[in-house]
Each structure stands twice: as structure tokens, then as C-alpha cells.
Design a protein around this ligand. Structure first.
Ligand SMILES: [Zn+2]
Ligand SMILES: [Zn+2]
Ligand SMILES: [Zn+2]
Length: 106
């Protein structure tokens, strides 16, 4: 469910730097080649929350409580949806929302 004033945009997969930046506002020095969230800047009306609504068919309720594999990938070469980097590494699922323009107050 999207927060008030936002619309569901689906699940994205982001790199460790984007995940850490979202959680801690920093990831470290010299660990990335693209600025975290440069593709989907939160200041431009994007909002993301860690996790996913899209689970594998064989994923059970119990799996989800323990933290299932649908929410993170050990290793992937696919481009990060947050910053666009294609450096190989872990990918973490985030639910993405976009602010509805007509209700924007900022
Ligand atoms: Zn980094
Ligand atoms: Zn799952
Ligand atoms: Zn990234």
C-alpha cells in the first residue's frame, strides 16, 4: 500500500550502497561508481521502503517472517535501479512509490 499522496510504482532492486544510504544516509567512501539514488532521487518525489510485495510462488508465510530470498539477491550483475551501477554485488528489493503531482505540497 502506498502512503497517502503516493502511487504504487512496483518493486525495484538496488545495490548495497543504495540500500545502506536509504537506511543510514551513508554507505562509505569509494565504494560506488554512481551516486546512490541518483536515478530515483527522493527529492524528486520518489519514495522507497525496503521489502517487496512480490514473492516467489513457493515462498511461504513462514519464509517471509524469517526473511525470505525474494527480498535480496546474493549476487547479481543486473543494473541497480536506484543509481544505475552495473557493478556486480548484492541486490535488495525495495517497494517504490511516486508522489502524485497534483497533491504535492513541497
Ligand atoms: Zn557506496
Ligand atoms: Zn518471499
Ligand atoms: Zn545503487
Amino acid at each position: 500500500m502506498a502512503p497517502t499522496g503516493y502511487t504504487d510504482h512496483g518493486t525495484i532492486r538496488v545495490c548495497t550502497c543504495c540500500m545502506l544510504t536509504h537506511a543510514n544516509a551513508e554507505c562509505g567512501d569509494d565504494c560506488h561508481d554512481a551516486e546512490p539514488w541518483s536515478v530515483l532521487p527522493m527529492s524528486a518525489g520518489w519514495e522507497a521502503a525496503m521489502g517487496t510485495d512480490e514473492h516467489d510462488a513457493e515462498c511461504t508465510e513462514g519464509d517471509r517472517e524469517e526473511g525470505c530470498g525474494c527480498e535480496s539477491m546474493e549476487f547479481s550483475w543486473s543494473a541497480c535501479d536506484g543509481c544505475g551501477t552495473s557493478l556486480g554485488g548484492s541486490r535488495f528489493a525495495f517497494v517504490l512509490w511516486r508522489r502524485i503531482a497534483s497533491s504535492a505540497s513541497l
